[in-house]
Ligand binder design. Structure first.
Ligand SMILES: [Zn+2]
Length: 478
């Protein structure tokens, strides 16, 4: 099995060749934790999960790092030096909460959704706010090497004209940017394309001390600092959504390579965007779905997962509720076959030769599709065809066991056949369960203030508490 991936940097399909034989070190740009993750976010995280599973199955010792952006992500993020309002702080103000509380709440929702959609756990989920010293150190290195400059009272900027490779990933070279520029000229910057590494803004709610004054990091520096800390200066794979290519990933390259820590990521894998009913997803159009919205509609984690992974990650995906309905029937068919096979399987006897051959050839085809740039739709074609044949043949005994083995092999990548049921309505996070237990105790102790406080905390996290004659029940409010 030789895995080939489309490398955005090379703009070509390449055989994956790790830096260290047998190892695969991967960085995924993770969630910005200021609201419930939507299906577009998870399309990108699921692509990273498929890649992780393909690497694991091919025997690589995989190290996967996914960051949690809990500071400094701004509303106009399609230009290198994002401006506008901080999304996290906006949400904090709307909900009357501390931005840290907002971040932790939605970080929990992200982890909960990731578990419900059966993503393998990354090895670390570093938070931006836990790595301010690392960012400050990298900014210092960039200043020392002439790639960054301080503007007093304003902050520190990356000097894009000092970095020849700028534009290498996105094609947005400085020449190209100059011709299409729509960035307002800021007199304090040497070039309009220079982007902030450190910002000083008294109004910002999250602030840290730095050699350049109290402030907060620019949007891109966290990924350079944290990938360096957990994976080193040069590593194998970097993933994100296609909207990350510019400016975010272009700026990451400039910072990491510019600071001299290494060559940064070798292979860049980007998931195409997701449309809903053929249009860009937006709250105002009413075609905006969070993962929790779909749970509320009664779908299971494996159904949502199946629907979000079954088209090729480099094709734009068009999500519709009708499509999800069809997908859920498709995956249920496979799970029904699994159940039948489990009833009929025995571990004694020999597998018939014809079935063995059929399964081996199906498995080869399945693997070849995954090797071909994670072609999940092709792999599912092979799987469904085999499932139909097995449904007709109704294997028993050792044959049924061999068929189950085949399904298990496919599910190491897909994660939808053998996983348990999970829906937003059924599980509470450990933390939420803890609050409910504490509240129960508080009510017994007649500590009404604490009970009310815990009720509010649960409500903030999306759980409504009802005290009735039969005891306390809960329901999900979003
Ligand atoms: Zn990133």
């Amino acid at each position: 099995m030789t895995l080939k991936l489309w490398n955005t940097m090379a703009n070509a399909l390449e055989e994956f060749q790790p830096i260290q034989a047998g190892e695969a070190r991967m960085y995924n740009c993770g969630p910005t934790v200021y609201s419930d993750p939507h299906i577009g976010n998870f399309r990108s995280f699921l692509m990273a999960d498929l890649l992780r599973r393909a690497l694991d199955q091919r025997g690589f010792k995989t190290v996967q790092i996914m960051n949690i952006t809990d500071v400094g992500h701004l509303t106009t993020d399609d230009v290198a030096d994002a401006s506008g309002e901080d999304k996290l702080e906006k949400k904090a103000r709307e909900e009357g909460l501390d931005p840290f509380e907002i971040a932790r709440t939605y970080e929990d929702v992200f982890h909960e959704n990731a578990e419900q959609l059966h993503l393998r756990k990354a090895h670390e989920y570093p938070r931006a706010t836990d790595h301010i010293p690392e960012m400050i150190e990298m900014i210092g290195q960039l200043i020392e090497r002439g790639h960054a400059y301080e503007v007093e009272g304003v902050g520190v900027y990356f000097r894009v004209h000092s970095f020849d490779q700028y534009g290498c990933l996105s094609g947005n070279t400085l020449d190209n940017l100059d011709s299409g520029s729509r960035i307002a000229v800021d007199e304090r910057k040497e070039s309009p394309h220079d982007f902030a590494l450190w910002k000083i803004d008294e109004k910002h709610l999250m602030q840290w001390d730095s050699p350049w004054g109290r402030g907060f990091p620019g949007w891109h520096i966290e990924c350079s600092a944290m990938s360096h800390k957990y994976l080193g200066g040069t590593f194998d794979l970097h993933t994100g959504g296609e909207d990350n290519i510019f400016p975010h990933h272009e700026c990451e390259i400039a910072q990491s390579v510019g600071s001299g820590v290494g060559e940064f990521a070798k292979v860049w894998v980007h998931a195409r965007h997701l449309l809903v009913d053929g249009e860009k997803m937006s709250k105002s159009k009413g075609n905006f779905f969070t993962i929790n919205d779909l749970f509320e509609k009664g779908y299971q984690g494996f159904e949502i997962r199946y629907s979000l992974i079954n088209s090729h990650y480099r094709q734009p995906m068009n999500f519709t509720l009708q499509g999800l309905e069809g997908d859920s029937k498709a995956i249920q068919r496979i799970r029904t076959l699994r159940e039948k096979l489990e009833e009929r399987a025995t571990d004694s006897g020999d597998v018939s030769e014809s079935l063995q051959q059929k399964l081996a050839s199906a498995q080869d085809s399945f693997d070849a599709c995954i090797d071909d740039d994670l072609n999940v739709s092709g792999a599912l074609g092979v799987l469904h065809e085999t499932v139909r044949a097995l449904g007709r043949e109704e294997p028993v005994g050792a044959d049924a066991a061999a068929a189950l083995e085949f399904l298990r092999h496919c599910d190491e990548i897909l994660g939808v056949i053998f996983v348990g049921e999970s829906s937003g309505g059924d599980d509470l996070s450990e933390e939420q369960q803890g609050w409910i237990d504490q509240r129960e105790q508080a009510r017994k102790d007649k500590d009404w203030a604490l009970a009310d406080q815990l009720r509010d905390r649960l409500l903030e996290s999306g759980i409504q508490i009802e005290d009735g004659a039969g005891g306390t029940t809960w329901s999900r409010v979003r």
